[in-house]
Design a protein around this ligand. Sequence first.
Ligand SMILES: [Ca+2]
Ligand SMILES: [Ca+2]
Ligand SMILES: [Ca+2]
Length: 173
Amino acid sequence: MFRNRLNGKCQLIVMCCFVVLSSGCGEENSVAPKSHRQILAMMGAKGTEAASEQDIQQYKNIFGRMDADGDGRLTEEQYVKNSRHMNEMAMRKIFTAMDRNKDSIATEAEYVQNRIITDEAKSIYEQMDKNDDGKLTKDEFEVEEVFDEFDMNADGMLTVPEYLRVWGNWARE
Ligand SMILES: [Ca+2]
Ligand SMILES: [Ca+2]
Ligand SMILES: [Ca+2]
C-alpha cells in the first residue's frame, strides 16, 4: 500500500511534523470531518459506558417512584409534577428531549438514557468550568472550534441549560 511505503519516511520526519504542524504525515487524521458524537468523545464523553450498574439501578428506582401507578410510562404531567429543583418550563424541555419516539410518554428506558446523558454532560461541564463560576467561556471549553455551536445566544458564555440542550441533541444522534 501507498501508506506503508511512506511509513519509514514518516517516522524520519515525524519530529518535524510535531514542530511545524505542517500538512503531511498527519493530514489524513486532521482533515476528516468529525461527527457530533466524536466531538463529545473528544470532550471525554463515554456515552452509555459512563454509567455503572449501580447508577442505572438508581435511575430505575427514581423512575419507579415517579411512575406512581407502576405502568412503566410517565406522562409529561407526571414528570413535571415531580420537579423539585427546576422550573416547569425547564422540565417540559427535558421531557421533550427525553421522549425520543415522540409518543408523549417517557418509558423507563428513555428516562434512564436521559439521565446517563445529562449526568455525564454535567460532570464534564463541571470539570471544564475551571473557575467554578457556573459558566463556560471559550477558553475553558474543551473543543474551542465548536463553542459557537453551543453558545446559542452568542454572548460568549455557555450556561448549563444552553450546553445541555446542544449536548443532549448531539448525544442522541
Ligand atoms: Ca416515548
Ligand atoms: Ca467558568
Ligand atoms: Ca450563551
